[in-house]
Ligand binder design. Structure first.
Ligand code: ATP
Length: 319
């Protein structure tokens, strides 16, 4: 491998910059040329690539967002678009590509790999919805943001004896809700992976208030329903006023935690080393602290298992 490219795609996440920095500096360390593709697959199709040097990734490890910018690109979902992307890389003499993104970006990487481009996927999404990795880059920061917001909400909720419904991101994955819910002592955690009954949720809340609880936090993953609907349903059933907070894109911004920076740094370097060893068509991840690769075809065709043990623990501790 003499020359590689790196791109960020789909929704941005905190730590993407740390991953780009790691890919660039690891490649340069090994004497490999490295190009940054601007705006994801769209930039690839537009031939918007620039050579990266050591200084081009300076002062970004602590920044949210992505200096390479990101985009959603419809054309790249078509076979013609994918062929064009592969051609752009070949014409420039680029042997390998590191794609940092979520599920959709992995699908694109899988297609390029089938067209003979050596590709590596790095899980860059706050959603933690990529299988074969315990964590995705950005997830830890997103969870801290939610926990911090709930700390603040708790103060005001306790003063007013109200309940609070907090809607968090995660698409079809309940991990942000689960981890933030456990870490912030939420009374109820609603996720798309576990069926729930609003009658039970409302009854439990009422009983808890009657037994002396002074606040109640319900955390709803966006894939399980809208915070507004859940709050209205609860108030209608038990008469307790429920205030809604939708955290939205705040969860995707800000300075990445040290965990995300370390994960991104380790994974970026790992992806480069695997490419150097001739590996291709793989998604990189971390399982029990160890860096692992999995066929990207398997990654995109597997649903991430939900941690029921943690869910049950959160439920036991929230009585
Ligand atoms: P996040 O989950 O954080 O939003 P993502 O990577 O899943 O990130 P998407 O918008 O789903 O975000 O995908 C990013 C880009 O990947 C798309 O705009 C498209 O260009 C490409 N892509 C998505 N699905 C496919 C597919 N099936 N084949 C080829 N390319 C795809």
């Amino acid at each position: 491998v003499k020359s590689i490219a790196v791109l960020t795609s789909g929704g941005d996440s905190q730590g993407m910059n740390a991953a780009v920095r790691s890919v660039v500096r690891s490649a340069l360390f090994h004497g490999i040329e490295v190009y940054g593709v601007q705006r994801g697959y769209q930039g690839l199709l537009n031939n918007d690539l620039r050579p990266m040097d050591l200084r081009s990734v300076g002062d970004i490890i602590q920044r949210g967002g992505t200096i390479l910018q990101t985009a959603r690109c419809k054309e790249f979902v078509t076979p013609e678009g994918q062929q064009k992307g592969a051609d752009v890389l070949r014409e420039r003499g680029i042997d390998g590509l590191v794609v940092i993104g979520g599920d959709g970006s992995y699908q694109g990487a899988n297609k390029l790999s089938k067209l003979g481009i050596k590709t590596m996927g790095l899980p860059g999404t706050i959603d933690n919805d990529i299988p074969f990795t315990d964590y995705t880059i950005g997830f830890d920061t997103a969870v801290s943001i939610v926990v911090d917001a709930i700390n603040k909400l708790r103060d005001t909720m306790t003063s007013h004896e109200r309940s609070s419904v907090v809607e968090v991101m995660g698409r079809y994955c309940g991990d942000i809700a689960l981890y933030a819910g456990l870490a912030s002592g939420a009374e109820t955690i609603l996720v798309p992976e576990v069926a729930f009954d609003l009658d039970v949720v409302s009854r439990r809340m009422k009983e808890n208030f009657q037994s002396g609880k002074r606040h109640s936090i319900i955390i709803v993953a966006e894939g399980a329903g809208s915070g507004e609907d859940i709050a209205a349903g609860i108030t209608q059933r038990n008469g307790i006023e429920a205030r809604v907070t939708v955290l939205g894109h705040i969860q995707r911004g800000g300075c990445p935690t040290h965990n995300d920076r370390i994960l991104a740094s380790r994974l970026g370097d790992f992806a480069v080393r695997r490419l150097m060893e001739g590996d291709s068509g793989k998604g990189c991840g971390i399982i029990n602290g160890e860096l692992v690769v999995t066929d990207i075809d398997l990654v995109v065709n597997t649903k991430k298992p939900f941690n029921m043990e943690m869910y049950n623990l959160a439920s036991r501790l929230s009585q």
